[in-house]
Design a protein around this ligand. Structure first.
Ligand code: SAH
Length: 394
């Protein structure tokens, strides 16, 4: 096995079991390494540190598979990793697995570059690293222990960092139907594995949708922004809200949202949709004095990297400030950020300053996070990306 050597002192992050090696940490590596190739990582003094996968990526050329010298990276290795991931889910769900859940959460399940979501009897996966891409077919086959069919949604730009082409299609076992039906928190959803966002659905918000369901009983006029296929809007109605207006800029997402409303027996008077840009829509409401008794803000990732943090903070501030102005006294605000680059403190500051500028008092009642089947490994703090608050505006 070929070896790469780190600069003196740069073994520290590996000693803490962080799975990434940045290009600046590498002292020397052999010529002609293939993307995805398994290599040994050694400290400056030649001691063994880890085994990992090489990628031609400019910023993170190595992602670690194991810190144990005797461990082979083969089919059994991945079988064990999947079994560990499955065990975690069985533990958190007390053996009663939901119909839709995340089975593999990449680095936080010790499988850099792999996301696997289960929807009913099927798995939809996404591969984002050269190391994992190398084992793509094997992973598809191994996942047949957990699903009858596996579909790949590796159609994401981030693959380009590892010089991988975007790809989507059937990977293993049964072909997936065009539409998969599943229940979440007692609500029926249909999702399109081929054209939906990410793997088709935002499973990371499952627990926060449940919180919304529990909090909005009796609300007469809920605004669900960045609604996608209606997850939070349907949770609000299921929990006893009377009417929800769902805003999204994607027509296909809203079409699916309306189908989901019908699946659950809600009418067009209860579940309204409008295709609009949320920033403009909130301004329009402010200008015409429209108000709501609950607002959900679940925007896409505004900061792709730490460099975009400030610009993103301004965008979060903008929507939060507008939302606070549009809320009736005693109204509920649920606000989220899924940008890893925005840490909890910064997001809190943004929301606090929005309340201050809106001259409102925002009393946080719920500190929210990604669902527990999206674990965060202690050696990979980057795995915590989704954060949110629920609370009352006075
Ligand atoms: N809350 C959803 C997930 C939201 S994902 C759920 O629980 O399932 C973010 C959504 O924001 C996507 O559907 C995307 O189409 C939409 N979106 C992105 N930018 C937007 C904008 N400026 N205005 C309106 N919608 C936008």
């Amino acid at each position: 096995m070929k070896k790469i050597y780190l600069k003196k002192g740069r073994e520290r992050s590996l000693e803490k079991r962080h799975p990434w090696i940045y290009s600046g940490a590498i002292e020397r590596m052999p010529e002609g390494l293939q993307s995805g190739e398994i290599i040994e990582i050694c400290a400056h003094d030649k001691t063994f540190l880890a085994k990992g996968a090489f990628s031609r990526s400019s910023s993170i050329p190595v992602k670690v598979w194991t810190f144990q010298e005797e461990e082979e990276i083969n089919k059994e290795f991945f079988r064990r990793k999947l079994s560990d991931a499955s065990l975690l889910r069985k533990k958190i769900y007390g053996n009663d697995l939901p119909e839709a859940y995340r089975l593999v959460n990449a680095e936080s399940d010790a499988m850099p570059g792999l996301i696997a979501d289960i929807y009913g009897k099927y798995a939809v996966i996404q591969i984002t690293s050269a190391g994992m891409d190398h084992f793509r077919d094997m992973i598809g086959e191994l996942l047949l222990d957990y699903a009858a069919g596996v579909y790949e949604r590796s159609d994401v730009e981030s693959r380009e960092k590892d010089f991988l082409e975007q790809r989507k299609g059937h990977l293993a076992g049964e072909e997936l139907p065009q539409e998969i039906l599943f229940t979440e928190n007692g609500i029926r959803f249909a999702m399109d594995p081929v054209n939906g966002h990410k793997t088709g659905f935002y499973l990371d918000q499952k627990e926060s949708r449940k919180t919304v369901m529990n909090c909005l009983k009796g609300c007469r006029n809920v605004l669900n922004t960045f609604a996608y296929t209606g997850g939070f809007g349907l949770a609000a109605l299921k929990g006893g809200a009377e009417k929800v207006l769902n805003i999204d800029s994607s027509l296909p997402a809203l079409e699916q949202a309306r189908k989901n409303a019908v699946l659950n027996g809600f009418t067009e008077e209860e579940f309204l949709t409008e295709c609009a840009d949320v920033f403009s829509f909130l301004r329009k409401c402010r200008d015409c004095g429209k108000t709501f008794d609950a607002i959900i803000l679940d925007p896409p990732k505004f900061a792709e990297s730490i460099k975009q943090k400030e610009k993103a903070a301004r965008a979060y501030k903008d929507i939060n400030l507008l939302a606070m102005k549009l809320l009736d006294k005693g109204g509920f605000l649920f606000t989220f950020s899924c940008s890893g680059a925005m840490d909890d403190d910064l997001f809190r500051k943004v929301v606090d300053s929005a309340a201050m500028d809106a001259k409102r008092d925002y009393r946080i009642t719920h500190f929210l996070s990604q669902a527990s089947d999206h674990p965060v490994s202690g050696n990979f703090p980057e795995g915590r990306y989704l954060k949110g608050f629920g609370g009352i505006v006075f």
